[in-house]
Design a protein around this ligand. Structure first.
Ligand code: E4P
Length: 215
């Protein structure tokens, strides 16, 4: 499973990337707005920190506008993935952009049928939002499992990018379902490393080591 960081914050990205375990980045307009900086400046920094797919989201509502934005994003750096919303216009743009050789991440996916349409449109990635479904009382993980099963049934090359992951259990369940990628907020990425028994075990070993004679 690949790990992307779901952030536009260069400070936390640098820290997470220092682990050598961050394979890519996803951003969205909310994350870019939080930086208080222009999109181009943020993207320039992101591509210099992680050498992997970096999703940058379009904000047009019509396919022509998305295609225009997508072409401009893709021209910035070879690693840019154009993020289009899962709307009729978004899927039209996806089909066109991917036919030109650009990579497209179809975002805001909340049903397996939407995901099937995205795969048929040639999406490189589909982003089902797990946490936002949980927020409205549905089980977001069912969506990940359904999409993985449908894509396997038909051999689609579209990668399942589990998004809106709020805690390590979401990551575990996505991995068990076979999601190709999980995009993680910084906090969740850091949580994956931790276990109290690792901490107490290490403390015990270091304390016992002090009792070992040096000669
Ligand atoms: C994914 O591409 C989105 O940026 C993100 O995972 C959304 O997460 P949220 O529902 O926590 O905002």
């Amino acid at each position: 499973m690949k790990f992307f960081l779901d952030t536009a914050d260069t400070g936390e990205l640098r820290e997470a990337a220092a682990s050598g375990l961050v394979d890519g980045i996803t951003t969205n307009p909310t994350l870019i707005a939080k930086t208080g900086r222009p999109l181009a400046a943020v993207v320039e920094d992101l591509v210099s920190i992680v050498d992997g797919p970096i999703s940058v989201e379009t904000i047009s509502l019509d396919a022509a506008g998305m295609v225009d934005e997508g072409r401009r994003f893709a021209a910035i750096h070879k690693n840019i993935v154009v993020k289009c919303p899962l709307t009729r216009e978004g899927l039209k743009a996806t089909k066109l952009l991917t036919s030109e050789g650009h990579k497209v991440n179809v975002t805001l996916c909340f049903s397996a049928m939407q995901a099937l349409l995205a795969a048929k449109a040639g999406a490189t990635y589909i982003s089902p939002f797990v946490g936002r479904l949980d927020d409205i009382g549905q089980d977001g993980m069912i969506l990940i499992r359904d999409i993985c099963e449908i894509y396997r049934n038909y051999g689609f090359a579209t990668q399942v990018l589990a998004a809106s992951l709020r805690h390590p259990v979401h990551v575990l369940a996505s991995a068990k379902a076979g999601a190709h990628v999980g995009t993680l907020p910084y906090k969740v990425f850091q949580q994956l490393f931790n276990h109290p028994l690792t901490d107490s075990g290490l403390a015990q070993f270091l304390s016992d080591w002090k009792k070992v004679p040096t000669a």
